[in-house]
Design a protein. Structure first.
Length: 471
């Protein structure tokens, strides 16, 4: 073999080893994130299925929204109202979102048009909410968000290195564009893994990149840069690490963080600023609008479902401070269609209308990405593309695991062998350095890995041999 050929082989084997080690860490989390993401893609359908018993009722004898809220509060005494969700259609139940007393949780209470409580669901235990919490934080809070961000960062490395390994290098289309499944054995398995990786790589990269604004470290840094540069305008429609980002002047929030909302409600109770106990009372004086009048205005606006009305004094989304005016908000996942109205508590006039077009261009770009990520940007087609992406990612993870098991010998890790000659990886290191500069968690993990390998792994010869590291 000529020297250039030896160098190419050494580089290939070196990148293969990086791909292997990245896969060992990423595969379990990829399966979890792909499955929970696939569930959350269909949140509107799942929510509708959970609420199927509260729809399609006659609307004769309908009562006012105030009476509906009174019924919900009577069923859950000591609770406080966070918002009222308008029915999607005439004859459907209204949803009254309550903070239960003694910090025991949030509740979605469904009240019929006639004012009868038909049932309730725990806000934190709804199917889509559980999928959301696992997908974003693995039910581990902030530390879970770090793990998800770390996995996403290494998944990007995995995709880039996988594309290098897939590169045809003069081969035909078989095994490159379509798998040679008829070949059977390791060839079919290798092709299934490589070809699936090729077809899913672009979609997966889009999902990973559009998910970064939610991540704790990356999202916080992104937020800090935007604030410093004055690139924040209006409300931010996504959380950072599962929490609301620090507020800045003129910045409100849209969305739900049930833990923060519940904490705010209980804090408000101790401070005497709990959400209104009498939702039909006038606010700001005897001429102030009633809830019924605000709901009528909300209906007249024809906002995309779900539409919620937040009364004065009630905690805003993410536990933001209560406002003195009414908030009418479309919580549609299709961010470009979302609208928020502010209604004066004394005059009943709409004082502000905040639409997607009013946001900063960066927020609009992120909003499009978030809507795509959640499968809401262009309806069912977006959901199906997201589902196909998730299925291909699971296929990659499973095929990669099976390939590893087939090549692994007892007592050995099964990593690709070290190259016989040192590889020249200057260009690869430059690419990795650029990725590390853009992905803080990747940079942190690379430094940690280098320290552990140099100070620990190389000093334990049996472990170094098992990992395929030169001791």
């Amino acid at each position: 073999m000529t020297a250039p050929a030896q160098q190419r082989a050494a580089l290939y084997r070196t990148i293969w080893r990086w791909h292997f080690y990245a896969g060992l860490f990423v595969i379990p989390l990829i399966v979890v994130l792909a499955c929970t993401g696939a569930v959350y893609l269909f949140k509107p359908q799942i929510d509708a299925w959970e609420e199927r018993a509260f729809t399609g009722m006659p609307d004769r004898g309908s009562v006012s929204p105030e009476t509906q809220i009174d019924a919900a509060l009577s069923a859950f005494r000591g609770s406080t109202v966070h918002y009222y969700r308008l029915p999607a259609r005439e004859g459907d139940a209204a949803l009254v979102h309550l903070a239960l007393p003694h910090n025991i949780g949030m509740r979605d209470v469904f009240v019929s048009p006639q004012g009868l409580v038909m049932g309730s669901l725990g806000s934190e235990t709804r199917i889509a909410q559980i999928a959301h919490d696992v997908h974003g934080q693995l039910l581990l809070g902030r530390r879970g968000s770090w793990l998800v961000e770390l996995a996403a960062s290494w998944a990007i490395v995995l995709i880039v290195s996988g594309l290098y390994l897939w590169w045809p290098r003069g081969r035909g289309l078989a095994g490159v564009v379509w798998p040679r499944l008829s070949a059977g054995g390791r060839t079919a398995l290798r092709d299934l893994h490589a070809v699936t990786g090729f077809w899913v790589s672009g979609l997966a990269l889009v999902l990973l990149l559009t998910g970064l604004p939610w991540a704790d470290v990356w999202g916080s840094a992104f937020r800090a840069v935007r604030v410093e540069m004055g690139w924040v305008k209006g409300q931010q429609a996504w959380t950072v690490g599962g929490k609301a980002p620090p507020p800045v002047a003129g910045d409100d929030h849209a969305g739900h963080d049930h833990a923060a909302m519940l904490a705010a409600a209980n804090a408000g109770a101790s401070a005497g600023s709990m959400a209104m106990p009498m939702p039909h009372a006038h606010h700001g004086g005897p001429q102030g609008p009633t809830l019924s009048e605000v709901v009528a205005e909300a209906k007249a606006q024809h906002l995309p479902f779900p539409v919620v009305v937040v009364p004065p004094g009630a905690p805003q989304a993410f536990g933001a401070p209560p406002r003195e005016d009414w908030t009418v908000r479309s919580d549609t996942q299709d961010r470009p269609r979302a609208v928020t109205l502010r209604i004066d508590a004394r005059t009943g006039k709409v004082t502000a209308r905040e639409a997607f077009a009013d946001k900063h261009p960066i927020d609009r770009a992120v909003g499009y990405g978030v809507a795509w990520h959640e499968g809401a940007l262009f309806g069912l087609a977006n959901q199906l593309i997201g589902l196909a992406t998730a299925m291909m990612l699971v296929t990659l993870a499973v095929s990669g695991f099976v390939m590893w098991r087939k090549r692994r010998n007892d007592g050995e890790l099964g990593a690709p062998p070290l190259p016989t000659v040192p590889a020249r990886i200057g260009g690869v290191v430059a690419i990795l350095a650029a990725l590390a500069l853009l992905l803080p968690m990747l940079a942190i993990s690379l430094v940690a890995m280098a320290i552990v390998e140099r100070l620990v792994l190389r000093r334990i010869p049996p472990l170094a041999r098992w990992l395929g590291i030169r001791a």
